[in-house]
Write a protein that binds this ligand. Structure first.
Ligand SMILES: Cc1cc2nc3c(=O)[nH]c(=O)nc-3n(C[C@H](O)[C@H](O)[C@H](O)COP(=O)(O)O)c2cc1C
Length: 212
């Protein structure tokens, strides 16, 4: 017999009974720390775009792949998703503390034809295999070609899993010792719940509010 006496310790939230905004709050306040994909993309018409996504993970290594989810906004697909649908290419840049503030500023909802690059003062560095540029100030860049977009749901908050095949990784000077990545030098920040972030190098929490 299964022992259900421990159930009293848990508050159960049936997601069929709570609003979507609360489901979001529960998920992001518990599934952390989350790494941040700082995604550079370009539209079919050539407009550059840059935005952060913490619904992000490695998917496999044969072939190497990454996945992130630009969820639908109340107005529909975000610019990053539209661009990747149009051109099939993107670059994932990793984020360390020194560029955290600029990264956060790019999350402001700029119109489609406005480039976040100019707004936040980051420098585009040409990629080698794809059109979207890399973030020169970032320590790690992954050039990716779209494999597939998997849709789950419709309307605000619905997932669009963007699966990218990683064509190349670029590691800043001392991150590569000739054989392997020097783990301690990657120094990523990670997303926690609310306005909280974790600086994995300093093992320190810090706060950044989303720009309005
Ligand atoms: C640290 C951080 C993580 C974020 N993670 C996500 C995410 O995983 N999915 C998402 O849809 N939006 C996420 N956002 C919000 C988007 O960055 C924001 O909607 C942005 O304006 C989208 O830009 P775009 O329309 O240029 O693609 C995040 C914002 C921040 C600051």
């Amino acid at each position: 017999m299964l022992d259900s006496s421990m159930s009293a310790r848990f508050t159960t939230l049936d997601f069929a009974d709570i609003p979507g905004s609360q489901a979001y709050d529960v998920l992001v306040a518990t599934v952390h720390p989350r790494p941040i994909a700082f995604v550079s993309s370009i539209s079919g018409a050539g407009h550059l775009n840059l935005a952060p996504f913490s619904f992000f993970m490695v998917g496999g290594s044969n072939p190497p792949s990454l996945v992130f989810s630009p969820t639908l906004s109340a107005h529909g697909p975000k610019d990053t998703l539209r661009n990747i649908e149009e051109t099939g290419e993107f670059v994932v840049n990793l984020v360390h503390r020194e560029i955290a503030h600029s990264m956060n500023l790019t999350a402001k909802g700029y119109p489609h034809e406005i480039s976040e690059w100019e707004k936040v003062g980051l420098s585009p560095l040409p990629s080698q295999l794809v059109k979207p540029p890399r973030v020169a100030e970032s320590l790690v860049h992954f050039e990716c070609r779209l494999f597939q977009i998997v849709s789950h749901g419709d309307g605000a908050g619905a997932s669009r899993y963007v699966i990218g095949e990683v064509l190349a990784a670029h590691l800043a000077e001392d991150l590569w010792d000739g054989q392997a990545v020097v783990d301690a030098k990657v120094r990523p920040i990670a997303r926690m719940g609310g306005p909280n972030y974790l600086d994995t190098a300093a093992l320190e929490f810090f706060e950044m509010k989303r720009p309005v």
